[in-house]
Design a protein around this ligand. Structure first.
Ligand code: 5GP
Ligand code: ZN
Length: 147
C-alpha cells in the first residue's frame, strides 16, 4: 500500500475520474477544481519533482497535457487560453508530493475570478470535493475530444 495519494490513484486504490491513461501517465479531474475542467496529469512512477523524472516520462507528461489542452479548446468549455501549472516543491505550494501538471481553462478577463477561486480553495478542502456527477460530465466532454 502506497502512502502517496496519486500513487493510490495510479494503482486504483483510490477512485478518480480519468480522461486518459496509458503506460506512462494518467490524466484525471481535480476533485477541488480551480476552474470547471481542471485536469491533472501525473506520471505512473513516484517522483516529487519534474527534474527527477526520466526524460521520456517528462516528455510524455507535457505532450499529454498539451493534448488535454487541445481537447479542452474543442470541448463545450471553449477556454480562451489554458494555464499549465507545476508546483514543483512544497515552497511552491506543492501539496501532493508526486509530480503533477495542472491544465486549467482560462477566459478573457477572468483574472479576478481566478484569484478569488484560489483564495476559496482552502475552504473547499475543508468542506469536501466537487460532486462526482459534475466532474464525470466534464470528463465525458474532454474524453470525446481526445478520442
Ligand atoms: P498542488 O497544490 O500540489 O499543486 O495540487 C494538488 C492538486 O491535487 C490540488 O489541486 C488538489 O485539489 C488535487 N487533489 C488532492 N487530492 C486529490 C484526490 O484525492 N483526487 C483528485 N482527483 N485530486 C486531488
Ligand atoms: Zn506517488
Amino acid at each position: 500500500m502506497s502512502h502517496c495519494v496519486f500513487c493510490k490513484i495510479v494503482k486504483g486504490e483510490l477512485p478518480s475520474i480519468k480522461v486518459h491513461e496509458d503506460d506512462k501517465v494518467v490524466a484525471f479531474m481535480d476533485i477541488y477544481p480551480l476552474r470547471r475542467g481542471h485536469v491533472l496529469v501525473i506520471p505512473k512512477i513516484h517522483q516529487q519533482q519534474l527534474h527527477d523524472l526520466p526524460a521520456e516520462y517528462r516528455e510524455h507528461l507535457v505532450n499529454t497535457a498539451s493534448r488535454i489542452a487541445k481537447a479542452l479548446y474543442a470541448s463545450p468549455l471553449k477556454p480562451a487560453a489554458v494555464h499549465y501549472m507545476v508546483n514543483d516543491g512544497p515552497a511552491a505550494q506543492q501539496t501532493v508530493p508526486h509530480v503533477h501538471m495542472h491544465v486549467l481553462p482560462r477566459y478573457s478577463d477572468d483574472s479576478l475570478g481566478f484569484v478569488a477561486r484560489l483564495l476559496r480553495k482552502p475552504f473547499d478542502l475543508a468542506l469536501g470535493p466537487q460532486k462526482p456527477a459534475e466532474l464525470e460530465a466534464l470528463a465525458a466532454d474532454i474524453r470525446r475530444q481526445l478520442a
